[in-house]
Design a protein around this ligand. Sequence first.
Ligand SMILES: Nc1ncnc2c1ncn2[C@@H]1O[C@H](COP(=O)(O)OP(=O)(O)OP(=O)(O)O)[C@@H](O)[C@H]1O
Ligand SMILES: O=C(O)[C@H](O)COP(=O)(O)O
Length: 395
Amino acid sequence: MKTLNDFNFKDKKALIRVDFNVPLNDNFEVTDATRIISAKPTIIKILEDGGSCVLMSHLGRPKGVQDEFSLKHIIPKIEDILGVEVKFASNCVGEEAETKAAALKPGEILLLENLRFHEEETKGDEAFAQQLSNLGDIYVNDAFGTAHRAHASTTIVAQFFPNAKCFGYLLAKEIESIKKVLEDGQKPVLAVLGGAKVSSKITVIENILDKVDHLIIGGGMTFTFIKALGGTIGDSICEDDKMELALDILKQAEAKGVKVHLPVDVIAADSFSNDANTKVCDVRQIPEGWQGLDAGPESLQIFDKVVNESKTILWNGPLGVFEMESFAKGTIALGDSIAKSTKNGAFSLVGGGDSVAAVKQFGFEDKVSYVSTGGGAMLESLEGKTLPGIAAILD
Ligand SMILES: Nc1ncnc2c1ncn2[C@@H]1O[C@H](COP(=O)(O)OP(=O)(O)OP(=O)(O)O)[C@@H](O)[C@H]1O
Ligand SMILES: O=C(O)[C@H](O)COP(=O)(O)O
């Protein structure tokens, strides 16, 4: 696996695919700069080698050219984080980009306008990828968050750099973290899967059953399992058409020697709202008119014990409706347990859009071993898929 350290960038132009698809507020200010901060080590290494950087990224899902999706909005944030002036090309291909890239001196950075202003990007157009390839000598992919897309800048462009392509530090670290959990994990290995629906996690569950010793199932997914097992779940979220599958997953887990831990109690609410009336219920006896929105205290104690005994922990998906304060306790308690276990030497990886949001919101970011920068990309990795952006570098 070629990484940055296999190259010296002196007097070279690196064409770097970053994932600067960051959230902006109404004033076009970056509200979470994690993805920019995470790309910094790669950019700095290249500049310190005496090279220059051409940065390319998408932002959002624009339909043609739309000013609100312009990457110019994030220039001040990038400059702030890198401490280097950032030049800008208002079109990612064409004369302006080529002239500005050609004029770059060692130590300088050029940011290209949003790649998705051209539909050729998402279509994986080869001619467009070739135009991009003209802007650099070495192609560096550091965009883990977009590595599951076979787009021009993430995948197709790599073919124009047969001997000059590599992973950036961030992408390499993401690959290493997933490997540390799914392949080389110190036992016992635990996966905690939460979130809303079984349907969005089926392939992940099936793939990780071969890799883990313990599986905690929480969040909205719980109720499809409980109902399938004969419990009464009141108005809790449930996918009736996935009940058979849930039973099959439990059977597969048993056959593979994986211990599955479902909640035994829940915080039930009489409506889906923060100020609903709540009570602790046996998970198998939730009354009509009530719905389980968080894990209950006994479940949290059981989960804490399992987490504490684990040496490798993967966490994907919150344990409850953490966006509402009344139902965030389970997710916070789980974060606490994982933080404690990490402090005691376990390796913990948090991935997935909402679990990462929860970890940041509740201040666990620095208390776990690694927080992934990818949502969909992480999920597809956990499903056991080879991501096209990664395969294109390995080719
Ligand atoms: N008991 C519950 N009832 C209803 N919704 C729930 C329940 N528990 C958790 N959720 C909801 O599940 C959502 C998160 O599910 P999701 O599967 O998207 O998580 P994720 O895996 O972290 O994110 P992603 O799918 O983006 O990777 C949250 O919005 C949360 O409110
Ligand atoms: O935020 C993400 O998950 C990545 O930047 C990919 O974005 P996309 O889902 O629009 O391809």
